[in-house]
Design a protein. Structure first.
Length: 520
């Protein structure tokens, strides 16, 4: 689970609703049949489908679609089977967008984008990638896609009362029991509303959809850029469809052996360190935020706020919109705020903790738009679809322990070393109450030439995961950004060293001769 990354924050503002399967597969186009590698009986009609490219704007109020249209992007729907074991049955649509290459003389091919999540959209991403890719951008057809059940693709919504399941177990056994009840209810809602599709919501099926996209685009090989969870998806694709990738960049990489419901346990230490580093930053700005003059004082302020919320919910905000927050929710806000060490991100968290501190003291407090969005995600069903599909993917990939006592023991053991986030990363989730996955997790047995990017202080997907993936793929190369507490680097962190090395690879197709180090 990678929430809340940049990609997930983007996805959290997209309202998804459950949609029925949309139509039948278009007629076969013979012109592309010779360029597509088939993958299993009964799938030719998917690989050979004709894509109806057109406007991205769905209606006059579709701001994102209008912006894509203005940027020269076109959109289409790719039809895929719900169940790859029964490809003649129910179908889904996967929404894709494309900014075509303008340097057609030196065109390299198509590059497919995934922003992570799981559950993140990328339909909107081709224009920004075109800018980040510099001279390489005009040489690619840049293709964004919303994975199955996400964004503008056939969608899934379990009708959750919250937009995420990522909460703390709180400080007491009673708060943990409330979490057990909540997470069990979230799983039950998905089973009650979407039982027919849940077995088909997983990373392996998304990788299969990617290969259908490749074929429908008429590409023998496709390039790929994945952030965060998108690095796991890219890795899975290399194993399921070896030889079908050209250039692949995996930024914020995950050890594929660790991906599953308890992935964030691997990042708990990095998150605690990132919060402590932020506390040092905030202490130097005590006149602005009033949280303490030393790192220890700022962290003590945070602990007082959490203890106060455990005694009774804090009232945050002013009429007409207020929120009641307890000790299971406040650590989520902190976790959401430590995904980057830029001054802008740190200032945003400073404002948020200042609001919480005032609420704990019973003082009036005013919410920023960003904090309002996070609180709506955590306390309302406004973004039910986001949490629904993210959990469905994670639970569909790997089974979780089922006994609540198993989680409680881990929580109790982690409190001393990880006092703010241990009860988050060790908490029970809906996967404890989910049906077992239909397929075993993908094992990395095939080498692949990919470029891996990672920051040493990544608080979401720890650097050791990138190192582990590098070891599993001997032909890969690793770019390490030293000294940064940042998740997702390329184009977002504005590090010239990382960006230039990635762009050189995208332009030439040549991996560095050895691993690379960049400085913050």
């Amino acid at each position: 689970m990678i929430t809340p990354s940049r990609a997930v924050r983007r996805a959290s503002i997209v309202g998804l609703v459950l949609a029925a399967c949309l139509g039948t597969v278009p007629a076969v186009t013979a012109a592309v049949a010779s360029t597509t590698s088939k993958s299993g009986a009964g799938l030719d009609r998917y690989y050979d489908q004709h894509l109806g490219w057109g406007s991205c704007a769905k209606n006059p109020g579709d701001t994102m679609g209008r912006d894509l249209d203005k940027a020269g992007v076109q959109c289409a729907d790719v039809v895929v089977p719900l169940d790859y074991a029964g490809p003649r049955g129910r179908t889904l649509t996967v929404a894709i967008s494309r900014l075509k290459a303008t340097d057609t003389r030196h065109r390299i091919g198509s590059i497919l984008l995934n922003n992570g999540g799981p559950g993140g959209t990328a339909l909107e991403s081709p224009p920004e990638f075109h800018t980040w890719m510099k001279k390489a951008g005009p040489r690619y057809d840049i293709v964004g896609f919303d994975p199955r059940f996400v964004g503008r693709s056939t969608r899934l919504d379990c009708g959750w009362p919250v937009g995420t399941n990522l909460f703390s177990a709180g400080l007491s056994r009673a708060s943990f029991e409330r979490q057990v009840a909540l997470q069990k209810d979230l799983a039950a809602k998905c089973r009650a509303t979407n039982s027919s599709v849940l077995p088909h919501v997983n990373t392996r099926n998304t990788a299969r959809d990617m290969d259908i996209i490749r074929g429908a685009l008429g590409e023998k090989k496709i390039s790929y850029f994945g952030y965060s969870y998108g690095t796991y998806l890219g890795t899975v694709y290399t194993q399921m469809f070896p030889g079908r990738t050209d250039r692949m960049v995996l930024d914020g990489a995950i050890d594929p052996r660790e991906f599953g419901p308890r992935l964030l346990r691997e990042a708990v230490g990095a998150n605690e360190r990132a919060l402590a580093d932020w506390a040092t930053w905030a202490a130097a700005r005590n006149e602005t935020y009033g949280l303490g003059r030393t790192r220890a004082q700022v962290l003590a302020t945070i602990d007082r706020v959490i203890r106060a919320s455990a005694r009774g919910p804090l009232t945050v905000g002013t009429a007409p919109e207020t929120f009641q927050l307890d000790d299971t929710q406040i650590p989520f806000i902190l976790l959401a705020g430590v995904d980057s060490d830029t001054d802008t991100s740190r200032a945003s968290l400073g404002e948020q903790v200042s609001v919480l501190n005032k609420a704990a003291a019973g003082q009036p407090n005013r919410l920023s738009p960003q904090l309002t969005g996070i609180l709506r995600l955590a306390t309302t069903g406004e973004q039910s679809s986001h949490g629904s599909v993210q959990s469905a993917i994670i639970c569909g990939d790997r089974a979780a322990p089922r006994d609540p006592e198993f989680y409680w023991r881990d929580i109790q053991r982690s409190r001393a070393a990880y006092p703010r986030f241990g009860a988050v990363t060790d908490n029970i989730g809906p996967c404890a109450f989910w049906d077992r996955p239909r397929e075993e997790p993908t094992q990395v047995k095939q080498d692949a030439k990919v470029l891996i990017v990672s920051a040493t202080g990544d608080p979401r997907t720890p650097h050791k995961g990138a190192v582990a993936l590098h070891g599993l793929l001997p032909s890969s190369k690793l770019i390490t950004l030293e000294g940064a507490n940042r998740h997702a680097i390329y184009g977002l962190y504005e590090n010239a060293c990382v960006d230039s090395k990635v762009n050189h690879y995208l332009a030439t197709g040549k991996l560095p001769t050895h691993d690379q180090i960049c400085s913050k």
